[in-house]
Design a binder for this molecule. Structure first.
Ligand code: URA
Length: 225
């Protein structure tokens, strides 16, 4: 090998070393992150979001609660159920839909092959109990809105089920009653959404059982297509 070739080879090695020094860390960053690590990160983001909700005092509902109720269920569920707001039992136990309406909701989910343990995530439009189970005020809904939007993004369900008028109006941005919003597929944050009557309303009004069953079948057909 002559001197100029030898010099060129050494020079190339030096350039490679310098490139590794400068770009090495970035090359490493570009390597794909293993799926398990991503899941661990989403779990951590979920816990942080829950802690934020538990400590929230952005609206007057925080003053009357026993505890805030962030949500339960799995990430990447088939269905994300969104109700109105915690009731007395939920406020006491810190879990959504655990009172009579919740047990009825579990029956609905079971009827279309779903369960909160396996393939559902459940939360509410507002995370703190409105006193006397009154409707949440628009300002309370707006204060809680970023939490629900971040949950939808993080949980990433296949389909959303809006349980009742408050959730259906919030998710569609419409002022129509639930009787007009139910019975068809909507698009919400880029996801399919079905609205139906609230389980506690159906417990009081058995005439709504048939339309609820139609809505649940619509939900199942969206999952199956
Ligand atoms: N009703 C709701 O809308 N949400 C609950 O968590 C319980 C009852």
């Amino acid at each position: 090998m002559n001197m100029s070739h030898e010099f060129a080879r050494e020079f190339r090695e030096l350039v490679n070393l310098a490139e590794d020094f400068v770009y090495g860390p970035y090359r490493q960053q570009r390597e794909p992150v293993p799926e398990q690590e991503l899941d661990r990160d989403r779990g951590a983001v979920r816990r942080l979001l829950e802690q934020e909700i538990l400590a929230c005092n952005l609206c007057p509902l925080s003053g009357g609660r026993t505890q805030a109720v962030p949500g339960v269920g799995v990430l990447d569920p088939l269905v994300m159920v969104i109700g109105e707001g915690p009731g007395a039992e939920e406020d006491r136990l810190g879990e959504p839909f655990v009172g009579p309406a919740g047990r009825y909701l579990d029956d609905w989910l079971r009827a279309i092959g779903l369960s909160r343990e396996d393939n559902v995530y459940i939360t509410n439009v507002v995370k703190c109990r409105p006193p006397g189970n009154r409707d949440p005020e628009p300002a309370e809904i707006q204060a809680c809105r970023p939490y629900l939007e971040r949950q939808i993004q993080l949980v990433h369900p296949r389909v959303i089920l809006a349980a009742g008028r408050i959730a259906a109006q919030f998710l569609t941005g419409s002022e129509l009653g639930i009787g007009k919003l139910r019975g068809r597929e909507h698009s919400c944050y880029g996801l399919p959404m079905v609205a139906t009557y609230h389980p506690s309303g159906v417990l009081r009004n058995p005439d709504w059982r048939r339309p609820v069953w139609e809505d649940l079948k619509l939900l199942r057909s969206i999952l199956d297509r």
